[in-house]
Design a protein around this ligand. Sequence first.
Ligand code: 13P
Ligand code: SF4
Length: 347
Amino acid sequence: MIATADIIEAEAERLLRALLHVDCDPHGRKWNLETCREIAPLTLEINRLKREKDAVILTHSYVEPEIIYGVGDYKGDSYYLSLMAKQARAKVIVFAGVVFMAETAKILSPDATVVVPDRGSGCSLADSIDGDGVRRLKALYPDATVVCYINSTADVKAESDVCVTSGNVYDIVANLPARRILFVPDRLMAENVRSELKRRGVAKEIISSDGTCLVHDEFTAGQIAAARAQFPGLKVVAHPECTPEVAALADFVGSTGAMMKYVKQTVAPYFLMLTECGLVDRLEVEAPEKTFIGGCRLCPYMKLNSLEKVRDALLAPRPDQIVTLDEDLRRRAARCIDRMFELTPAT
Ligand code: 13P
Ligand code: SF4
């Protein structure tokens, strides 16, 4: 069905209401009625395809705001989106995020067709170690409980005892009975866990592999000091993938979901968000009264998503856009994620 001019105009107005305050656009675009009119036929087509194909679109907070607010059904952090994937009853799940997130959706919703807009949307953490690498570490530390951060491939999850996200990592690791923990793949998050457990008085040995996030490992203590000197009253909000030096200087450290909640609930003249810029876009939409001083960084993988690629993945997915997993591996990976759901304290 061809959308009439009236329908396109109404869609452009809907998009503009959501995108009006986005100031941190990676392409330097300004959202106005004209730019919203340009994308309106595409968002209308995607929303029609969703109904026709019985599909849902899960969007991580780092992807472009026109995807999140134009066509997304669920938006949030890795934990929330995993839960939504597990509960989804749709025939098709489009995951606008990165490949490990879509793999996680397939692990949790095996009967759905799970598609990714761009197969190249990797992650420097997930790509830093594979199942063989974990097996080699397990051979060195056979008594350790293996904890994998959700930013890991399905074969790493299949080798792990329990999965964690940035939102539950401290509580889950603190409550595990084992004294020795093998933590993959994020070395900086492992260091942050070590500091937090020390602060809580929990004695554990944390051994980690050597991955880092190419976005979060770039933030520095010097950047925080310079920003505080220039903006009195500034609140610094960081992700646990940042270095321990940065985490120690931040006013708040948490998952992207928790970071959003903190900003919405905190009164301060300025915020410095030490994370991917998509989160700032979301806050500009949902908390337009807050002031962000810049400093965020782009994830090149998350930014591979686009409305056109979402449409193509829905309309006629190419084989490389469809996530497939060996069933035995999927079951083993599902065990470690289900263990995470069991161990996550209810909020
Ligand atoms: P969250 O689960 O906190 O959204 O983190 C995902 C991620 O990739 C951070 O870089
Ligand atoms: Fe991976 Fe970092 Fe991009 Fe998150 S921001 S998807 S951890 S590379």
